[in-house]
Design a protein around this ligand. Structure first.
Ligand SMILES: Cc1cc2nc3c(=O)[nH]c(=O)nc-3n(C[C@H](O)[C@H](O)[C@H](O)COP(=O)(O)OP(=O)(O)OC[C@H]3O[C@@H](n4cnc5c(N)ncnc54)[C@H](O)[C@@H]3O)c2cc1C
Length: 403
């Protein structure tokens, strides 16, 4: 059979591999001058290509539509992904949080082994060719129109990715074609990205990194996220691992109703923190409040905490009331910020939303509307937290459609 795969990213390369391995004549069309431009920048250039975890743990890390992925993940598990890359000659290693990387720490090696395997299997790779549209007759795919010519095939696989990091080639083309053919596209939002905060206060904290703090997010007062980890204050608000994972849930909500709260001392209860402050204050009775927080907080954070606590900065510790002290404890345990918006696609690791899973067969990835047309990878309405899960989605859906 003749198969056309559109998009030489993570999912397109793996789908091309398995289609060719199964004896099909495969043409892979990539608009860029090379394969895997996005793959190259994954994992900060090291490519966290999967997570060395069970299928169950994988599914727990999928944010949107985990059930849709049941068939593909069972058919191509994280372990299968690791075996697959090792069999292509890419030694791997597992790091903190079960994150799997190439032993060489080079994402370019992932691309190299895939490209070599595709060439060995006789996949025809067409570079610098932009697919403009799909050719469909009687609800059956016939081929594609590119900037060069028309190609005809028995099957067409759309592996064009999402909207994030458009400079890598992922510009959402697949959504447009799918929508035109009657597939529903669910709300598209940047995800796994930083938060723009309201107000000006965060500007003074720019560059400050906080480790072992807890971030809690509330939607109209209702808690929907709470995790301990690392936050980074930036020129726009906050970022860092905790914020990225929180964004995967936040992107589906009405930003206006979101409140973010940082617990600066999650290891201490309010009572324990109060005792600690009381001890500090009684040792330094005559010290001014503004000079008393050095042992408790990073320097950059002190002016904001003083303002929020409403305790006069020049007040001596021995005249600070119990009420004021409890106000300080509350500020330290609940440093609140309002969300303005999420960062945009140029910075978002993935796109949340996509081609509705209701229009795609989970056992084959074939469209339920157009025969012999397949959708795989980020173009689908599936996404996951960081940790190698998104590439695993790309690989599993790719393998599933080739079977
Ligand atoms: C900075 C960053 C870091 C990341 N790190 C990780 C990580 O460490 N681990 C992880 O699991 N995930 C990571 N991700 C997410 C991961 O890269 C994506 O989920 C994954 O690449 C999606 O694969 P895909 O094949 O669906 O799409 P893509 O990899 O985006 O590939 C789509 C391809 O289609 C091509 N294309 C698009 N339109 C056309 C057209 N009209 N004609 C021809 N070709 C076309 C594009 O040029 C592109 O090459 C990261 C993402 C980013 C942005």
């Amino acid at each position: 059979m003749k198969v056309i795969v559109i998009g030489g990213g993570a999912s397109g390369m793996v789908a091309s591999y398995f289609f060719a391995k199964n004896g099909n004549e495969v043409t892979l069309i990539e608009k860029n001058e090379k394969l895997g431009k996005k793959l190259y920048i994954t994992g900060k250039g090291r490519c966290n290509l999967t997570n060395n975890c069970s299928v169950e743990d994988f599914l727990n890390n999928v944010v949107s539509n985990p059930k849709f992925l049941l068939s593909s993940i069972n058919n191509f598990t994280p372990e299968d992904t690791m075996n697959f890359f090792e069999s292509l000659g890419l030694p791997l290693k597992t790091e903190r949080g079960n994150r799997v990387f190439p032993l060489s720490d080079k994402s370019s090696d992932v691309i190299k082994v895939l490209e070599k395997a595709l060439i060995n299997l006789g996949v025809e790779i067409r570079f610098n060719e932009n697919v403009l549209d799909l050719i469909v007759e009687d609800n059956t795919i016939k081929g594609v129109t590119t900037t060069m010519c028309d190609y005809f095939a028995d099957k067409v696989v759309v592996a064009t990715g999402g909207l994030s990091y458009p400079s890598t080639g992922s510009t959402g083309d697949g959504y447009k074609w799918a929508e035109k053919l009657g597939h529903k596209i669910t709300d598209l939002k940047p995800s796994l990205c930083g938060f723009n905060l309201k107000g000006e206060e965060y500007k003074e904290l720019q560059g400050l990194g906080l480790k072992n703090v807890t971030l809690t997010a509330y939607d109209d007062g209702k808690q929907y996220y709470k995790e301990m980890g690392e936050i980074l204050f930036t020129h726009f608000g906050i970022s860092g691992p905790l914020v990225l994972s929180c964004s995967a849930l936040t992107c589906k909500k009405d930003y206006k109703k979101i409140t973010l709260s940082i617990d600066l001392k999650p290891a201490l209860s309010e009572k324990e923190l109060d005792n600690r402050i009381l001890r500090d204050f009684s040792i330094n009775k005559n010290k001014e409040f503004k000079n008393s927080l050095d042992g408790l907080l990073p320097k950059t954070l002190i002016p904001l905490i003083i303002t929020r606590s409403k305790i006069l900065p020049y007040k001596k510790n021995n005249v600070i009331s119990k009420e004021e002290r409890l106000g300080l404890v509350n500020t330290l345990k609940n440093l609140n910020f309002s969300l303005a918006s999420l960062r945009d696609y140029t910075e978002a690791v993935i796109t949340s939303g996509g081609i509705s899973i209701k229009d795609v067969n989970p056992s084959t990835m074939e469209s339920k509307i157009v025969k012999n047309l397949y959708f795989i990878g980020e173009v689908l309405d599936v996404d996951a937290f960081t940790g190698g899960f998104n590439l695993q989605i790309a690989f599993s859906t790719a393998k599933r459609c080739a079977n």
